[in-house]
Design a protein around this ligand. Sequence first.
Ligand SMILES: *Cc1c(COP(=O)(O)O)cnc(C)c1O
Length: 408
Amino acid sequence: MQFKTLPKVGRSESEIELELDLILQDNELRMGKVFQPPKGVEDFSKRIFAKFMSENAIKSQRGDWIGEIEKQVIQMCVGLFNAPGDASGTFTSGGSESIYTAVHAIREWAKTHKPHITEPEIVVPYSAHPTFTKGCHYFGLKEVRAGLDETWRASPELMDAAVTKNTIAVVASAPCFPYGLYDPVQEIGDIATRHDLWMHVDACVGGYLAPFLEELNIGLPRWDFRVGAVQSISADLHKLGCCLKPASTVLWRSEQLLQYHHFHPSNWPCGTYDMVGFAGSRTAGPIFAAWATLQHLGVNGFVRVAEELLIRKKELFDGINEIEGLKCWDNHLVPVVFEATSVDLAKVKAEMSNRKWNLYGTQEPPLINICLDPASDDNVVDEFLSDLSDAVRLTRQGSVLTKGSLSY
Ligand SMILES: *Cc1c(COP(=O)(O)O)cnc(C)c1O
């Protein structure tokens, strides 16, 4: 049924719910939902979310009872990134808002520290999230994308060459979305130090997994505040932080950097308008759900999630490599990406999509990305591999008729 106008007479709850349940059923996707928390954790978080959903977090900046919980979420998070004592953070609605927040702060910082620059530029690797392009567009900055090296990571040489007298910041991903690879954060940090630039690290996808991989002695490249040049980090709670959307964080090396984020006008009849970020009225649900999820999982819970993901990754890695014509990349866990050596990957993705598998694509080079969910178990992986093997066979036979594409 399609409704283009408000119904003249309101409809019953049950009729509406039935209709919406059908929509949900028809659109149920498997794996990569994206980053669905483990089932028990999700059910618990939903209950807490619902309890606080109707509360308004508009005054959290003033440290009301909601602000107190929001502050504790930030404190629990900041502690994971090896920051110096007075580091701080801001709770946001997602990776996009975290990145806009950082880009805005970078612009304001440059107004103070590089007042002679009138047309500021930010240098980002080609593989960085498109949200940097959007952020630069929104805030009137010029974004310069530097090419990658032969291993598909950011190239410090090309980034350095892209720095001009107008550059105010550099960006690295830890890891980037298209390939799940860590950029050489330390080397890019050296560029920032040499030219006195702000450095932002985008750890949206991996930020809340990395500390627990380290606990398991999985060697990761240095990427967090231990790299001295890093001023800010974006990390999504609603990805591998196992929290419900909308929840993300942007973390600042020092509390003092918050001054470049905050903007509290008072030129209206009601006095100071001091919001935590871009939003005014917003639900307290995600803040409380995040607090509850972090408290409930604890370090041991997150380590368990990391261990489970490592097991799933290994199963996928081995299983994909066993399928003739496919080859899985050896990256740092997420997303799991694979290329094709002798089969049309776009068709394979199309067939998987027909079977309700939610996969992402990369065009340069042709890849399929799997946003491995913490909710996935052995059964999901087995079904996935079996369908993938079918999809490759059908593609080879020329029997996949759906027009495929490797676009995101
Ligand atoms: C997902 C992602 C983003 C954007 O986050 P949203 O929560 O989708 O707004 C930014 N950067 C990276 C590396 C990501 O994986």
